[in-house]
Design a protein around this ligand. Sequence first.
Ligand SMILES: Nc1ncnc2c1ncn2[C@@H]1O[C@H](COP(=O)(O)OP(=O)(O)OP(=O)(O)O)[C@@H](O)[C@H]1O
Ligand SMILES: CC(=O)N[C@H]1[C@@H]2OC[C@@H](O2)[C@@H](O)[C@@H]1O[C@H](C)C(=O)O
Length: 404
Amino acid sequence: MNAAIARLCHLAQQPSRRIVGLMSGTSLDGLDVALCRLTGHGAATQLVLEHFATVPYGDDVRRRIRQVFAREQVSLEYLTLLNPWLGRLHAGMVLDCLRTWQVAPAAVDLVASHGQTVYHAPAHQHSQADFAGLNATLQLGDGDHVAQGTGIITVSDFRQKHLAAGGEGAPLATYGDYLLLSSPAEARLLLNLGGIANFTYLPRAGADASAAFSTDTGPGNTLLDAAVRAHRPGLQYDEGGRLARAGRVHAGLLGALLGHPFFAAALPKTTGPELFGPAYLAAAQAATGTTALGLEDLLATLVELSAVGVARAVQQVFGPGAPLPAVYTSGGGAHNPALLGALRRHLPGAAFASTAALGVPPDAKEAILFAVLANEAVAGQPVALGAGRQRVPAVTMGKISWPG
Ligand SMILES: Nc1ncnc2c1ncn2[C@@H]1O[C@H](COP(=O)(O)OP(=O)(O)OP(=O)(O)O)[C@@H](O)[C@H]1O
Ligand SMILES: CC(=O)N[C@H]1[C@@H]2OC[C@@H](O2)[C@@H](O)[C@@H]1O[C@H](C)C(=O)O
C-alpha cells in the first residue's frame, strides 16, 4: 500500500487531527492561515484554534492575480502559470507561519487549501450559450504543489464536488457553520461580510436543523474597495468606513444598482466580482447621470447597497418585519462601522454580535471552515442540510494530494 494512504487511514481513525485551514478570498488582501485542532467529526466536531494569521499579499501578488481575476478574457498561458505559482506561494506562507509558531510541519496532519477563486460562473450569471444551465467555478493554487511544498498531505479544490452534486460550488459555509455553530438555545444568522456578503441560517439545533443553508446576498466590500482604489490609488479600502460616513446616499444610483435581478432571485444563490464589478457600477452611474459623483457619496451609496442586499435576502427567509434570529458577523466588513450601521438600520430589532462571541475570531472563520471540511473529507460522512432547498447537496468535499 502507498504509505500516504496508510497514513491517511491512520489519521481518519484518530480521535483528533491537527489541520491548517487556508483561505484567500475575493478581496485579495492575503492568505488566511488557521492552525486548528479538530476532535471528532460530524455533529460531534470540536475545534480549538491554536494559531491564526493573515499573511498579506504584496502588490506584486495582487497584480498577478488581477491579470486573470474575474476577467472573461485572459492569457491562457498566464493562467496556467499562475496555478502552480500560487500553490507554491501558499506552501511557502504555511511554512513561514509554522516557523513563527514554532510548530514542525511533521506535527501537522493536513493542510486544507481553498486556493484562489479566479472565476465564479453560476448558470444564472454567465452568458455562454454552449454551456447554458451549467454551474462552474475555478480556484487556482494546485494542491499537489501545496503538498509537495509543505510536506503535508493536502486537501484542496473543495468546490468541484459541490458543483458535481448539483450545487453552485458555494457557499460552503453551510457545512462548517452547521457542524460548529448550531445551538439548541437559539436560531442564528451568521453574516460574513467579505468581498461578497453571505449568510448562513442556522435554525435552533434539533428537529429542523437540517434546514440550515447559506446564500450569497450580493456585494460586501468588493465595490467599495474598487471605488477606493480607483479614486485614491495606493489605498486598498476605506479604513473604518470614514469616507463612506462623510458621504450621502444617492437614491437614484442606489435604485439603479438594486434593479439587477440578482437581488430578487430565489435563495440560495451565489455571485462574485464577475457580476458586481466595474462594468455593473459604470452602467448604473451612466443610466443615472452620476458618473461624476464624489467618492464619499459613492461609498455611502455602495455601503447602502451591500446592506440592502443582505436585508432583502434576510426578508426572503423570514418575511418583511418578522422577528429575526441573532446575527453574528464575520469577515473584513465587520470592521467597517458604516456598513454595520447600515445593516442595523435595515434589520431593525436584530441583535448583532461578532462571531467572537461564539468563540470564532471573525477574521479566521473562513479559514477554519476549510479545516472543518477537510476533517469531514477524511473522517466524516455527508450531512444532509438545506431541507427543501435546491443546491445544498449532501456531500463531503475536497481532493487529496500527498507529498512524495
Ligand atoms: N478596518 C477596516 N475598515 C473598513 N473595512 C475593512 C477593515 N478591515 C477590513 N475591511 C474590509 O474587508 C475586506 C477584506 O475582507 P475579507 O478578508 O473578509 O474578504 P475576503 O475573505 O477576501 O472575501 P470573500 O469572503 O468574499 O472571499 C477589505 O478589503 C476591506 O474592504
Ligand atoms: C466562489 C467563491 O470563492 N465564493 C466565495 C466568495 O466569498 C464569499 C462568498 O463569495 C462565498 O460564496 C464564497 O466563500 C465562502 C468561504 C463560502 O463558500 O462559504
